[in-house]
Design a binder for this molecule. Structure first.
Ligand code: BGC
Length: 732
């Protein structure tokens, strides 16, 4: 045997030995942990056990001092570690050591279509949580984007279950490698904010399993998430936080979740259900049953004195509380009682660099007439920057995901930094008015004056960049309410029209976590979707605008032309928002692009769509064979050629459809994707594997997945509506 072969063999043996031992070590430590849990459990009094199952302050649960068991401390999530909140009210504690890095919103992360960047996100935000001595980070969120009006879409990962599943797993692993638990939320069906505390969702079992649950399942089974948050709403008339089917049957039995179910803050409503239907830790309950309470009302929680009473009376067996405490102790052995001695890091340059990279990769270029972007940073031109979002802080507001960022570079600052040779002129243009989140109350703007000023500024410039979109105020991209219209707020549409009259060389940069209507889209030169980008927002935008970074983001949800083109809205009020008691997800599995593609309703911009400064061609598309059976991998290969003038990243996307089926099918569904770098003038080959089993549909007649035999179509392209080749295969 040649020496090189011998070396290879030794390396392979070592790797196998390492993996085998590592798995054995993990199993061993699980056994050890379980033994420790049993011994601790035997030392606890009933009162101590019950105390561990509910809050002692807004964001902590008590430990057991006499046994050295620490408290559990939590913080929001998901875009950074939230500022410190008071012990017993929602005010900020006013600390000076809780400034953090604000990472881009999860919509932006999803738009990167890059799981390795999700890992970097998780590691960095986990390090910050560790530094802030948090044991649980309340995120990420993976509720599916069903309507563009949902005020919380910006905290989630888009409309596709495969994309959300692929992105959530590395985020969780990254967070948890720091000894900090991720808490995936909001389980489940919290797809709107309006009436979120009580609306009861009626959805087909098929849509539940195929659309709304997969990302949670991936979080549990692939991400091994250590905690999960119950949602506010009801499912089939029972609150999701203590829902027999969602918690007991699906999460704990079918998926074998071994972590802690934490309630949302004020989502618990009933002691017996909370005890028996899966809730382990109750947080945020008010004496009004929701969020308002008299001071330090923790003993009144459903899983506090009322629970203790039922345990003492024997109405509920002690085994019930033992199971909850076992899970809580397991979480603690993984976090604050683990051997992980890392200290964490905060606000360091590496975290800012990660935030900037994610932001740069997530920005989506939607329109770019005559190569409007990139704008050469060395030219001596006059650039007008117009719009409130060019200067407004967008890390504050939005509800619980609000952040206290150490830095927040605004777009105006970012562009001024990069465009040293240009003359930058600026006008606010419109104003959203005061909000509950404003730290400084500014004098009310004269809207007519703002508009006049903006038009004057626009008329003097060589190029206009309009920074608009939504913001984090109530009824915009914000928890606790939904948007009230699909159009841009604060008179922006009219303002854009007026600007175009004096300067046609205008590009629109939208900052939002939701799709918006764009009546002016044909008249502007360019549109860029930039999300909420956090600490490095302005720098990341300048990176892409200047061409330092070639855009490679792809839309994680569809932009319909009008609201009724969206599936949920096309079925009228009982589908969205419901009648305040119940709502019916009448579109079933046809959410987002599944609806647009199947019903042939063209969106304004499609799921998976996003331009680059270069051109890509996808060719040589094929599969090794055409017939497959159960458990096999379908390997799709393709060559991506960069035929333009910039190096760039492209996302090859694989969708699969089945025309003849015993049930209604979406024309196509995302089943695989890969992002690759291709240098200008070069080509790269990608291979993407799809497991045949993942083509099954959820069959309600057998309450299980059903892999249908027969013909399937594989669509390969770079957007849901831009397919380079269709390949027919069959499953035997
Ligand atoms: C939100 C959760 C959040 C919790 C704690 C709730 O209002 O729905 O996402 O983690 O508050 O702030």
């Amino acid at each position: 045997m040649k020496n090189s072969k011998k070396i290879c063999l030794v390396v392979v043996c070592c790797v196998l030995f390492f993996f085998k031992n590592n798995i054995q070590a993990q199993q061993f430590s699980e056994i050890q942990i379980n033994a420790k849990i049993d011994s601790v459990l035997s030392l606890l009094t009933l009162e101590e056990k019950v105390a561990m199952c509910h809050a002692q302050s807004k964001f902590s649960t008590p430990g057991v001092g006499r046994l050295g068991i620490p408290e559990v401390w939590m913080s929001d999530g998901p875009h950074g570690v939230r500022g410190e909140i008071n012990w017993d009210d929602w005010g900020y504690a006013g600390w000076t050591n809780d400034y953090i890095t604000a990472f881009p919103a999860l919509t932006c992360l999803a738009a990167t279509f890059n799981p390795s960047i999700a890992k970097a996100y998780g590691i960095s935000v986990g390090e910050e949580a560790k530094y802030r001595e948090k044991d649980v980070l309340l995120g990420p969120g993976v509720n599916i984007y069903r309507t563009p009006l949902n005020g919380r879409n910006f905290e989630y990962m888009g409309e596709d279950p495969f994309l959300a599943s692929t992105m959530v797993v590395p985020y969780i692993k990254g967070v948890q490698q720091n000894g900090v638990a991720a808490c995936v939320k909001h389980y489940a069906l919290n797809n709107q904010e309006l009436w979120r505390d009580h609306i009861s969702v009626e959805v087909s079992e098929r849509a539940l399993y195929e659309i709304y649950l997969p990302a949670f399942k991936a979080a549990v089974q692939q991400g091994h998430v250590w905690s999960i948050m119950g949602a506010y709403n009801q499912f089939r008339g029972q609150h999701t936080t203590h829902n027999e089917m969602l918690m007991n049957k699906i999460l704990k039995e079918d998926w074998a979740f071994d972590g802690v179910v934490i309630s949302d803050w004020g989502s618990t409503h009933n002691t017996k259900e909370a005890a028996l239907y899966g809730l382990d830790m109750e947080m945020g309950t008010g004496t009004d049953g929701l969020t308002t309470s008299t001071q330090n009302a923790y003993d009144f929680y459903y899983l506090a004195n009322p629970f203790l009473k039922m345990l003492k009376e024997g109405t509920i067996e002690e085994a019930v509380v033992d199971d909850k405490v076992r899970r809580i102790l397991r979480l603690m052995y993984r976090t604050n009682m683990s051997n992980n001695s890392s200290f964490g890091r905060i606000n360091n340059q590496e975290h800012l660099d990660v935030a900037r990279k994610i932001a740069g990769e997530g920005i989506v270029l939607l329109k770019n007439k005559n190569s409007f972007f990139p704008i050469n940073p060395n030219k001596e031109i006059t650039i007008a920057i117009i719009g409130e979002n060019a200067t407004k802080s967008l890390t504050v507001g939005g509800g619980s995901s609000e952040l206290k960022a150490k830095n927040e570079i605004s777009p105006l600052e970012g562009l001024k930094n990069r465009y040293k040779n240009a003359t930058i002129i600026h006008a606010k243009g419109y104003a959203s008015g005061p909000s509950q989140y404003d730290r400084v109350v500014e004098p009310t703007d004269d809207l007519e004056n703002l508009k006049k000023e903006a038009i004057e500024v626009a008329s003097k410039a060589d190029v206009v960049l309009f920074f608009g979109g939504l913001n984090k105020n109530h009824l915009q991209d914000c928890e606790g309410g939904d948007r009230q219209s699909f159009g841009l707020p604060f008179g922006q549409d009219e303002l854009i029209d007026e600007i175009l009259k004096v300067n046609a060389n205008t590009g629109v940069i939208l900052v939002s976590g939701n799709a918006v209507e764009m009546p002016w889209v044909d008249n502007v030169s360019a549109v860029m979707q930039t999300w909420y980008l956090g600490s490095e927002a302005g720098n990341a935008m300048a990176d892409v605008i200047s061409g330092d970074v070639n855009p490679s983001g792809k839309l994680p949800f569809s932009f319909p032309k009008k609201l009724t083109d969206n599936a949920a809205h096309s079925f009228g009020e009982m589908s969205y928002p419901g009648d305040s008691i119940t709502q019916y997800y009448k579109e079933g599995i046809l959410v987002g692009y599944r609806w647009h593609e199947t019903k042939k309703i063209k969106p304004l911009f499609a799921f998976g769509e996003g331009l680059s400064y270069t051109n890509f061609e996808i060719s040589n598309i094929g599969t090794a064979k055409k017939t497959y059976s159960k458990d096999e991998e379908i390997v799709v290969s393709a060559t991506v050629s960069n035929t333009g003038n910039f190096d760039g990243l492209e996302v090859v996307q694989i969708y699969v459809g089945k025309s003849k089926s015993k049930v209604e099918r979406a024309l196509k569904e995302l089943k695989g994707f890969k992002k690759i770098m291709v240098k200008k003038g070069e080509s790269e080959t990608v291979e993407i594997s799809i497991n045949v089993n993942d083509l099954a549909f959820y069959d309600e007649t057998i309450s299980d997945w059903n892999l249908e035999k027969g013909g399937y179509v594989i669509y390969v392209g770079n957007a849901s509506n831009n397919i380079s080749k269709e390949i027919k295969i069959s499953i035997q």
